[in-house]
Design a protein around this ligand. Structure first.
Ligand code: HEM
Length: 141
């Protein structure tokens, strides 16, 4: 019995170090996976779409599709194993004349949504660092 216990303790210890060595805990998993990302995206899109300081109109936008594609994209970028099936970032934002201020409003809304879903500082910074370089694909002026 003691032997079995010892072996199982050793094995679980090894599994822990193997997963640590290979970085098995993806950013997606550390954020909280699908339910947390879905909640964050929902809050983010609702905040930006109704932010009076954002000039961009979301009146004619299919918010359900936007939320689904954004959640899928975040999953793909953070190691959650999804494949992004939405439109190309440059093409989808082209002609919307999104400015820098609007981009940073979205970043602030994302920060707030991550905070209210209890996402820790480290994961928050990692996700923001992945999304920040996309500014040049989205901002036109
Ligand atoms: C890192 C920043 C951003 C990311 C990752 C992002 C991502 C996306 C994604 C995944 C879609 C959906 C694509 C599809 O339908 O296939 C989308 C659409 C859209 N985004 Fe962004 N976006 C960003 C910034 C912004 C900003 C700053 C604005 C404006 C304030 C904005 C406004 C829109 C609008 C209006 C649409 C809908 C376009 C349409 O349906 O015709 N986005 N975005």
């Amino acid at each position: 019995m003691r032997k079995i216990l010892l072996v199982s303790v050793m094995l679980s210890g090894m599994a822990g170090s193997v997963s640590y060595a290979f970085g098995a805990e993806s950013l997606y998993a550390r954020i909280g996976g699908q339910p947390v990302v879905a909640g964050v995206v929902d809050q983010l899109v609702e905040t930006v779409a109704h932010d009076p300081t954002v000039n961009q109109s979301f009146d004619k936008v299919n918010l359900k599709r936007l939320k689904a594609k954004l959640a899928e994209q975040i999953c793909a970028l953070s190691g959650g194993g999804c494949v992004y099936t939405g439109d190309d970032m440059i093409r989808v934002h082209k002609g919307l004349r999104i400015n820098e201020r609007e981009f940073f409003s979205l970043v602030e809304a994302l920060r707030g949504a991550l905070d209210s879903h209890g996402v820790a500082q480290r994961e928050k910074n990692e996700l923001l660092a992945i999304l920040a370089p996309m500014k040049r694909l989205v901002v036109e002026k």
